[in-house]
Design a binder for this molecule. Structure first.
Ligand SMILES: NC(=O)c1ccc[n+]([C@@H]2O[C@H](COP(=O)([O-])OP(=O)(O)OC[C@H]3O[C@@H](n4cnc5c(N)ncnc54)[C@H](O)[C@@H]3O)[C@@H](O)[C@H]2O)c1
Ligand SMILES: [Zn+2]
Ligand SMILES: [Zn+2]
Length: 361
């Protein structure tokens, strides 16, 4: 018998989301049924609703989630009923060309549940990022469940499932920030502030936060930035160079996803430094840079997908560091809300009022 629960669905492009009854099947082979405890509201959920990801409506939104495993299907050995888990969208296959060469964080054939969740009339739902956790229960592949210390608050833990992991990983995995380095982060929303927390954890000596909104800069300083620059009023490239002995930062993380901020990141970087693009651009965006500058400035220009994370390696470690007081993840939870507040949370996000609103069940 499927489980009937309430979920936040997006039925048609650009229309407001709504609460609907969702039928969640019992887990089949390799699957897990999870009682969702908390799920953050991410920009990507809004992108789905606006048709910016794909046209596979109707969607079951929500993907930054934690919860308790209720039951598992046959063949599942990694998690068991009662386990507290963070859901991830990178259940690695272990066999594709990336996994085979020992780089599973690039896995090109990640797993999701095989059975669909549906509306009451049987219409299959597309779960956001293969998760769909704005619902009391969700069905995922068991590999999408990562067991962590249940002492952490569910609202905090869920955020590691997407944006916060993307930011921390952009700094420590993709950017490879090391002790004593200088780092600049352009765009201090949830992802950029997480990159700042990651750079701090890695021991960066100087962390320059850049944004156009003073409220975001105040949060960035609270989370670990050593300097802040409002690029509406000040030339960000010059300011970062001035703060780094005239050279530019060793690692610059772009967490906006726009050509003009990427260009700032490119020129705010020291010779042979690293630029990490974690912000997601839209299809029409173009970049125009002198090819000679790409050559003569050297170093590396990288993109970061989901912080190049490996959930099984990174989630338990980051939860432990948080519980030790070394990673202020609670600073990312601006407000906790109810399931039917997701639309107003989208509005608060668009106004820049919040780092994260988190639905708590
Ligand atoms: N690569 C990944 O795996 C991954 C994962 C999650 C999110 N993302 C992307 O990361 C980006 C940031 O996500 P978020 O949740 O932090 O969004 P957000 O809207 O909370 O933050 C964006 C920040 O950029 C600032 N900003 C806007 N224009 C700016 C400019 N010209 N100069 C400086 N700052 C500017 C805003 O004031 C805001 O603080 C998005 O593009 C999102 O899609 C990437
Ligand atoms: Zn793989
Ligand atoms: Zn997300």
């Amino acid at each position: 018998m499927p489980h009937e629960v309430q979920g936040v669905v997006s039925l048609a492009k650009g229309e407001p989301t709504q609460l609907a009854s969702v039928l969640v099947p019992d887990p089949g082979p390799g699957e897990a049924l999870v009682q969702v405890q908390a799920c953050g509201v991410c920009h990507t959920d809004l992108h789905y609703r606006e048709g910016g990801i794909n046209d596979d409506f109707p969607f079951l939104l929500g993907h930054e989630a934690s919860g308790i495993v209720e039951s598992v299907g046959s063949g599942v050995t990694g998690v068991a009923p009662g386990d507290f888990v963070i859901l991830n969208w990178r259940a690695v296959c272990g066999r594709c060309r990336a996994c085979a060469r020992g780089e599973p964080w690039y896995c090109f054939a990640t797993f999701n549940a095989a059975q669909p969740m549906t509306l009451k009339d049987g219409t299959p739902l597309s779960p956001a990022l293969g998760i769909g956790a704005f619902a009391e229960k969700t069905l995922v592949h068991a590999g999408q469940c990562t067991k962590v210390d249940p002492a952490v608050s569910p609202a905090v833990a869920g955020l590691l499932g997407c944006g916060v992991m993307a930011g921390i990983g952009a700094a420590i995995n993709t950017g490879g920030v090391r002790r004593g380095q200088t780092v600049a982060v352009i765009g201090c929303g949830g992802v950029g502030c997480a990159a700042i927390a990651g750079a701090r954890l890695a021991g960066a000596a100087k962390i320059v936060a850049v944004d156009v909104d003073d409220r975001k800069l105040a949060t960035a300083l609270r989370i670990g930035a050593t300097h802040s620059v409002n690029s509406r009023a000040t030339d960000a490239v010059q300011a970062i160079r001035d703060l780094t002995g005239g050279f530019g930062a060793d690692v610059v993380i772009e967490a906006v996803g726009r050509p003009e901020t990427y260009e700032q990141a490119f020129y705010a970087r020291d010779l042979a430094g690293t630029v990490v693009l974690v912000g997601v651009p839209t299809p029409e965006m173009r970049l125009d840079l002198p090819l000679l500058d790409l050559f003569s400035r050297g170093g590396s220009l990288k993109s970061s997908w989901y912080g190049d994370c490996l959930p099984s390696r990174d989630f338990p470690m980051l939860v432990d560091l948080h519980l030790q007081g070394r990673l202020p993840l609670d600073a990312f939870v601006t407000e906790t809300i109810e399931l039917d507040d997701v639309e107003s949370a989208f509005a608060a996000m668009s106004r820049g009022d919040v780092l994260r609103s988190v639905v708590v069940f």
